[in-house]
Design a protein around this ligand. Structure first.
Ligand SMILES: [Zn+2]
Ligand SMILES: [Zn+2]
Length: 391
């Protein structure tokens, strides 16, 4: 089989996966509503559907994705076991296969041959097409996941994946049905419909989150931020941010961003189930925003008519110098903060003096963040004006 499939010479279909997608979708579209009309569902079966769906989704986003693929925090074995069990119920392969494929996606994002679910190959391919044929980029390669191969829970789940996935798909759904006195209703709602909804909402992250939305941090790749998608994907809709700062335990960084995965991780850290939560400093986030706005303003300036181009160029040049100065000062401050910390470790200074130095450094960091925020606002206004001048 050739390693570079062409549209006329596609790799063979993976029948087991394909049949699973087709049969479960057909049952969800035909048998689930038919059973609802003829027999009806109990409200507690719907409750079971919502609970198991949530447990699946969050195990993929907080476990498979942010914990194992990105090491964005550390988690207690109890939490890791929960993710391993309910993540298997989502039928998206073992943690090891999923996380190593996802690391390849970040490393080679948008590359036609190396990104397993490259958005450059279209919406269908990045949503589900990549899983139903034996594409070379989708094959197992754990060379980027040696750390995961040392995780006992990951390897236990990987070695017994099919048994765990089947058990976690049938047992909770049957229990829901049995508790309501209607096992078939439980299997249809909390089993099949839940699996289909769980599949496609997660797949949206690879497909729609690379096509639909804004790019405030970078346009070097196709990833987008999208508030609507965040609602269906447990907060993973802030995908433009995620692709530039993949190790942050958050995807939605503002308090108003809908990111239940972030909230769960934070909650777990308060009760000792999670620790070492990684967070990108605000300054670096602002730096990305400002750099992106410079890029946008310069692009708009090229096409702007009815505007004093030299005055705008001069304004941009002045802003750029201020930006470069802020970056330089931030670098020096970071070095100073680091050396102060090292010194404090070797010699015990006066407590008051230490505190004063810390507060003064912190306030200078805050001032710098504020400078960048203001600069971002000025550039936003300028880009809007240039946009108007282009029209
Ligand atoms: Zn992505
Ligand atoms: Zn990721």
């Amino acid at each position: 089989m050739p390693d570079n499939p062409t549209p006329n010479n596609k790799p063979p279909i993976l029948w087991a996966q394909t049949l699973m997608f087709v049969i479960t979708l057909a049952i969800a579209l035909i048998a689930v509503p038919w059973y609802g009309f003829t027999t009806g569902y109990h409200w507690s079966q719907w409750l079971g559907f919502v609970f198991i769906l949530g447990a699946n989704g969050i195990s993929i986003t907080a476990g498979y994705h942010r914990l194992w693929a990105h090491n964005a925090y550390k988690a207690h074995p109890v939490l890791r076991m929960f993710y391993a069990l309910f993540g298997a119920a989502a039928f998206q392969n073992s943690i090891l296969i999923w996380a190593s494929g996802h690391r390849r996606h970040h490393r080679h994002v948008d590359h036609i041959d190396h990104d397993p679910y490259s958005a450059k190959k279209g919406l269908w391919f990045s949503h589900i097409g990549w899983m139903i044929r034996d594409y070379p980029a989708g094959r197992d390669d754990f060379s980027n996941a040696r750390d995961l191969q040392r995780d006992k829970i990951v390897m236990w789940q990987h070695n017994h994946y099919m048994a765990i996935a089947l058990a976690m798909n049938f047992i909770p759904a049957m229990l829901v049905g049995w508790a309501c006195g209607d096992v078939w209703g439980g299997i249809l709602l909390a089993g099949v419909l839940r699996l289909v909804v769980s599949h496609h909402t997660t797949f949206f992250i690879n497909s729609l989150a690379h096509f639909w939305g804004r790019q405030p941090y970078t346009d070097e790749n196709s990833a987008r931020d999208n508030d609507i998608l965040a609602l269906f994907t447990y907060g993973e809709g802030y995908h433009n941010y995620h692709h530039i700062f993949q190790n942050d335990y958050r995807n939605g960084i503002r308090w108003w961003h809908f990111d239940p995965t972030k909230w769960l991780i934070k909650l777990c850290s308060w009760v000792g189930l999670a620790w070492d939560l990684k967070k990108i400093p605000d300054f670096k986030i602002q730096r990305a925003i400002v750099a992106m706005q410079f890029k946008r303003a310069e692009e708009k300036l090229k096409h702007a008519k009815s505007i004093d181009v030299s005055a705008v160029s001069e304004f941009l040049e002045h802003e750029y110098q201020q930006f470069a100065a802020s970056l330089q000062e931030w670098k020096l401050l970071s070095q100073q903060a680091y050396s102060d910390k090292c010194q404090q470790l070797v010699e015990s200074k006066e407590l008051l003096q230490q505190k004063w130095a810390e507060v003064s450094l912190k306030s200078r960091f805050k001032e710098l963040e504020y400078t960048l925020k203001m600069q971002a606002q000025r550039l936003r206004v300028l880009t809007l004006e240039l946009q108007a001048a282009t029209a």
